[in-house]
Design a protein around this ligand. Structure first.
Ligand SMILES: C[S@@+](CC[C@H](N)C(=O)[O-])C[C@H]1O[C@@H](n2cnc3c(N)ncnc32)[C@H](O)[C@@H]1O
Length: 148
C-alpha cells in the first residue's frame, strides 16, 4: 500500500528489518491511522505505543481504531500525555510549537486519555507513570486498556 504520509516510513522500515530475523506470519501495512484500510469489526486488539501523540488528527485515528475493533475488542495503549499538574501543562502549552518541530510532529500536550474516552471507549485498566530520561514536557505517561 502506498503511504501518503512519509512520517510513517522510517519506523515501518525498522520494523520490517527486525521482523526479518523471525519467521512470524506478520504483514507490515503502511497506512495513516486516520484512514485504516481494514473492514469494520475485524480486530480483537489494537496496540498503540507513542503514536497518538504523533498522528495529525487523534479524534479521527481513535474513531478508526474503534471502527475496526470488534464490539468487545480492546485498545492497549502506552502514550505520553498532557500533565494533570497545571504548572507542567502550562509549560507543555508554551513549548508545544517548538517541540512539534524538533520532535518530528510529536504533540506534547494532548489529553489522550480523555480523547480515548471521547471516541467511545471505556477504560478498564489505567496506570500513570513517567517516561524516564525524557524532557519534562513529555514525561507524563499513561498505560492501559480500553474496551471498544
Ligand atoms: C514516537 S514514534 C513511535 C513508534 C513505535 N510505535 C514505538 O513505540 O516505538 C511515532 C510513530 O507514529 C507514526 N505516525 C505518525 N503519524 C502517523 C499517522 N498519521 N498515521 C500512522 N502513523 C503515524 C510515525 O510513523 C512513528 O512510527
Amino acid at each position: 500500500m502506498r503511504c501518503e504520509r512519509p512520517v510513517v516510513e522510517p519506523m515501518a522500515r525498522r520494523l520490517e528489518h527486525k521482523l526479518g530475523g523471525y519467521s512470524l506470519p506478520v504483514r507490515v501495512v503502511r497506512a495513516p491511522a486516520e484512514e485504516l484500510p481494514f473492514a469494520e469489526e475485524s480486530f480483537d486488539f489494537v496496540i498503540s505505543t507513542l503514536v497518538l501523540c504523533a498522528v495529525e488528527d487523534p479524534g479521527r485515528a481513535l474513531a478508526e481504531i474503534h471502527r475496526i475493533l470488534r464490539p468487545d475488542g480492546r485498545l492497549i495503549f502506552l502514550e505520553h500525555v498532557r500533565s494533570d499538574e497545571p504548572g507542567l501543562a502550562l509549560w507543555q502549552d508554551r513549548l508545544h510549537g517548538g517541540w512539534v518541530r524538533v520532535g518530528h510532529g510529536c504533540h506534547c500536550n494532548r489529553p489522550t486519555l480523555e480523547n480515548i474516552e471521547r471516541a467511545g471507549f471505556s477504560i478498564t485498566e489505567i496506570e500513570h507513570d513517567r517516561l524516564r530520561r525524557a524532557p519534562p514536557i513529555v514525561r507524563p505517561l499513561i498505560a492501559g486498556v480500553a474496551l471498544a
